[in-house]
Write a protein that binds this ligand. Sequence first.
Ligand SMILES: [Zn+2]
Length: 84
Amino acid sequence: MTTSNQDKTIRIQGKETPIHAEHPVRISCMECIDRELDDYVNNYEAAPDTFKVDEVDTDEAGLEKKCMVCGAEGNIALLHVKGM
Ligand SMILES: [Zn+2]
């Protein structure tokens, strides 16, 4: 395991939440979510935490509310919260 001193946070439900910086934030639509969940586990060996995209401050995080797989409207944010 590598350790990182960089703490990355994202605002969820108005609260700054620490997330694992080595695991990305992904946005998915309802169609692609099953595949995204599988891919997240396979690629990062971590089970992602999921939130409604509207609960996550995507603007602050520099993310678009669009599915990263198919480009449709994004409904779900996948990310890995520290300590969950
Ligand atoms: Zn999609």
